[in-house]
Design a protein around this ligand. Structure first.
Ligand SMILES: OC[C@H]1O[C@H](O[C@H]2O[C@H](CO)[C@@H](O)[C@H](O)[C@H]2O)[C@H](O)[C@@H](O)[C@@H]1O
Length: 884
């Protein structure tokens, strides 16, 4: 019997180098080493390794790795998806404003999980374990830096709900590219995954894409790839099972690799350490790799249940088992293939796949349905008996609509089975199993893909009780994610089913954050299962407006109540009226910024809110954020009643449908968004009739206008006129564009007419890098140029500095940070001062910058004794206080 390594690479998949270095456990996570790239060719690295005298000490091993490897992660270039629209329709469907905000945040996390592979990986593939893919893709997150096969099914669902169809298309093309290269889709995008697959969801992903886009041409062009993938499973992973005189064909997980997994090398050696016989060891490795192919790595599901064996990893027997979930997914594939061939006019293939689908349903019922337990169960091939244990996978024929028998009876007995076991009662959702083994696909973990498949299957049932249980599980699942998100701004790869909001545990690595499939599953559950779900309100903190409705009349026009919240105001039939209402409301709140007088004759602390990110794109699409900055003193004055704000014939009412909001702490900042181009845009797009457009113009003028020197994602060059210098910088950030717009004001600093000597600096920063700039030679900042990059989601800056003849700068100081990430700022240079420098830091999480300005007093030098005194004498490390 031959050893089959994970791939052919003599560095990443087999040989002494891998063996010696991985046994040293130089990194906390074994995956780190095999994700690193080579600094030289594999031949050079191997020869350097062979030249080391053996045995190699740990210090030598560390040095060797440092000298010859780099990364991990340096195979990628900056990339952010650019196809996230400003207002995906999912926002219109989710009822609860908080959950709508959550969905929007999740849509935005795709930006953090986007990756694009550097061209060098294509040119020098043997220097990388990463498999080159032509299009950018979304990764799960954390240690999972590469694409993962079955994860992508839920990522695609999430992306489609965020309407990011270009990204999805590219990812599907990547999978077709992998099928072309490997004959199937590997577990993940590394060479060490290239001899095992994962649950086959390519065809369902294509189908989801088709349903979302109706792009049949694209899907049709990939039908050969879909068939090739299906054939792979039928040729390499099928088993026949005799029942009566019928031979059923079913599938199993069974990789040919029978050596330790490179990414968990020392872990596999340890698991096999008490298996002395080399053939048994190879068999164990093969079963471990095959368990990884199932996506359930690892679980008691694959352990031997022979009497006398413990529930331990070294008893893993994956290839002996016919799994319910794999066969359900293949059944789904057969159904979809039949439908797609019919749709594209190939009725013959359509019929063939339909036959396969019917056969599979029969096989699932005849082989995997346990008539005693009245549920589907995995089959132990060797013992020819069901494995009578609870696994979430047992009910997945419901998800695949492959129950193969009378639905009413089946659904009823499935419900009874679940109720009797108590698996519907866990606080955090549907458990994976009822075994506690320390493995991650066992108790206490609940996995997002399983939550989704189980819930979806149950929700499609005709049995009302089973359907109701689906809602209850969806509620638990969303809430658990929501609690964790509010607490930590993290989405986990798995969750505890014991404690809602807690990440999962167990297995080979700590719980990972990101996280592709969790984001997709929450979006899917929110949209398709429980759009009406109401989230629990945070009890002692308030970052959002919620439960606030505004209703107002304008002349004879009365607008219906609009819900306002952090996320989005939706279903507005008249954007202009809405815009006006919001502006008015902001103003009304501004007027109350001191809060009402208390009995003690003192005023409540200020309340401030601001409207942000206003965009009107169609007659029905208005979005704005109405956010609040929370936390100072308790105040509940607004809950006392409605506010009526009457300005000429405009009447604004603010109704509080949830007054308790204001029992919490509030300290909000007010900004009114005024886009001077809005009324004309609205007129052009015929969004309003003449009277109302004029009204908008009127309101816009009434409240003043802010102008911007740039649009989001666009470059700008701004300079002040001669003898003027910048005295105000205003800027607003927009999350969907991950960029800022700017405005500058200038003031005259002298009446002298002497010519200034001005010049532009070079770019003072790279993307994602700090700006630390000071105009040289006593110069003053009179202009700024900047451009934005969508990949880095950042700006580079150049500055226009002018030496002011006869003028001296002194008493320079820094403003301190004038904004928070994603925050608005309006910084005014103090009177008598000019701007000399900028400091700015970018944050990759927020994809935004904070700013700190250096300003100085300016005076005529002549006869002041100050000549030449000031400039360049910047106090080291003084970033906040005054300095000379
Ligand atoms: O490195 C250990 C294992 O890690 C992966 O498995 C786990 O994460 C995957 C990505 O989220 C997920 O698809 C899988 O279901 C998880 O168990 C990897 O897929 C395994 O092959 C690998 O051995």
């Amino acid at each position: 019997e031959d050893t089959v390594p994970a791939c052919d690479s003599p560095i990443y998949c087999q040989g002494d180098l891998l063996d010696i270095i991985q046994r040293m456990r130089l990194f906390n996570d074994s995956k780190t080493f095999v994700d690193m790239s080579l600094k030289q060719s594999p031949e050079e690295v191997l020869s350097a390794f062979n030249n080391l005298s053996k045995p190699i000490s740990e210090a030598q091993g560390r040095k060797f790795v440092g000298d010859h490897f780099s990364g991990p992660g340096d195979e990628f270039q900056p990339w952010k998806p650019t196809d996230l629209p400003r207002m995906p329709a999912i926002m219109n469907h989710i009822k609860d404003p908080l959950l709508r905000g959550f969905a929007w945040d999740l849509c935005r996390t795709w930006k953090d999980l986007g990756r694009k592979i550097k061209i060098d990986v294509k040119l020098n593939p043997d220097r990388y374990s990463l498999v080159y893919l032509p299009n950018p893709f979304i990764v799960p997150g954390g240690r999972f830096r590469e694409t993962y096969y079955w994860d992508t099914y839920w990522v695609v669902k999430g992306l489609l709900l965020c309407e990011m169809t270009d990204t999805v298309k590219g990812m599907l093309e990547n999978f077709a590219f992998m099928i072309e290269r490997f004959g199937f889709i590997p577990n993940g995008g590394r060479v060490y995954y290239s001899r095992r697959s994962q649950p086959p969801f390519f065809i369902p992903m294509m189908y989801d894409y088709y349903k979302a886009t109706k792009n049949l041409t694209f899907v049709q062009s990939h039908l050969p790839a879909m068939e090739a993938e299906y054939d792979f499973w039928m040729t390499n992973r099928s088993v026949s099972v005799q029942r009566g005189d019928v031979t059923h064909i079913l599938n199993r997980y069974a990789s040919s690799v029978n050596s330790p997994r490179p990414e968990s090398y020392s872990e596999d050696l340890k698991t096999a350490s008490s298996t002395n016989n080399s053939s048994a060891r190879r068999q164990l490795y093969q079963n471990l790799v095959s368990a990884a192919e199932s996506g359930w790595d690892f679980s008691s599901r694959w352990f031997s249940r022979d009497p006398g064996t413990n529930l331990t990893l070294d008893t893993t027997r994956t290839t002996n088992i016919l799994p319910v979930d794999l066969n359900s997914v293949l059944c789904m594939n057969e159904h979809i293939l039949s439908e797609l061939f019919n749709l594209t006019g190939n009725q013959e293939k359509g019929k063939n796949y339909s036959k396969n689908w019917q056969r599979r349903q029969t096989a699932i019922f005849n082989v995997l349905w346990n008539p005693t337990k009245r549920v589907w169960q995995d089959l132990d091939i060797a013992a020819n008996s069901h494995r009578d244990y609870f696994y979430a996978s047992n009910i997945l024929p419901l998800f695949a609509s492959c129950t193969g028998r009378n639905e009413t009876q089946t659904e009823k007995s499935v419900l009874t089975y679940l109720q009797n076991l108590g698996v519907l009662q866990f606080a955090g959702g549907f458990p994976t199993s009822l075994e506690t083994t320390g493995q991650q696909w066992d108790l206490p973990n609940g996995w997002p893909p399983l939550q989704h498949m189980a819930i979806w299957g149950m929700s499609q049932s005709q049995n009302q009780q089973l359907k109701a249980e689906a809602f209850s599980l969806a509620n638990k699942s969303i809430v658990s994610n929501w609690i964790a998100w509010n607490r930590s701004r993290n989405m986990y790869e798995k969750y505890s089913t014991n404690i809602s909001g807690e990440g999962g545990s167990g297995g080979e690595y700590g719980v990972q954050e990101g996280f592709g499939w969790s984001n997709g599953v929450v979006l899917e559950l929110l949209r398709r299962i429980f759009p009406a779900l109401q989230a629990n309100r945070p009890s002692n903190d308030m970052d959002y407006y919620y439960g606030i409705e505004i209703g107002y009349t304008f002349g004879k026009f009365t607008a219906g109540g609009q819900q306002l919240e952090k996320g989005i105001a939706t279903s507005c039939t008249n954007p202009q009226i809405f815009v006006m209402g919001i502006s008015l409301m902001a103003t009304a709140i501004e007027r109350k910024t001191r809060g009402p007088k208390k009995k003690s004759e003192t005023y409540q602390l200020p309340i401030k809110g601001f409207m942000d990110d206003l965009a009107v794109t169609t007659t029905k699409d208005v979005q704005t954020r109405f956010t609040s900055h929370s936390k100072t003193m308790g105040t509940n004055w607004i809950s006392a009643g409605d506010i009526h704000f009457i300005k000429e014939d405009v009447k604004l009412e603010i109704k509080m449908s949830n007054p308790s909001v204001f029992d919490t702490k509030g300290n909000w900042e007010l900004r009114i968004y005024k886009d001077k181009s809005l009324p004309s845009k609205a007129m052009k797009e015929q969004l309003c009739d003449l009277t109302r457009c004029f009204a908008v113009i009127g309101i816009t003028l009434l409240f003043g206008v802010e102008s911007w020197v740039n649009d989001y994602d666009r470059p700008f060059t701004f300079t002040c006129p001669q003898h003027h210098s910048i005295n105000r910088v205003i800027s607003r950030h927009f999350d969907a564009a991950e960029d800022r717009i700017f405005d500058f004001k200038c003031s005259k600093y002298t009446s002298s007419s002497e010519r200034e000597s001005c010049s532009w600096s070079d770019y003072v920063n790279d993307f994602d890098k700090p700006v630390v700039f000071q105009c040289p030679n006593g110069g003053v900042m009179d202009g700024v140029h900047s451009y934005h990059d969508n990949g880095a989601e950042d700006r580079r800056f150049r500055f226009y500095c002018c030496e002011k003849p006869g003028m001296c700068l002194y008493n320079c100081f820094y403003s301190g940070w004038v904004n928070s990430y994603d925050g608005y700022f309006d910084y005014a240079v103090p009177p008598g001062h000019v701007m000399r420098g900028w400091t700015s830091i970018h944050d990759n999480g927020a994809e935004d910058r904070i700013f700190n300005f250096e300003v100085c007093l300016i005076k005529i030098c002549i006869n002041t004794g100050l000549v030449g005194e000031l400039i360049g004498k910047r106090a080291a490390n003084n970033t906040n206080g005054r300095h000379n």
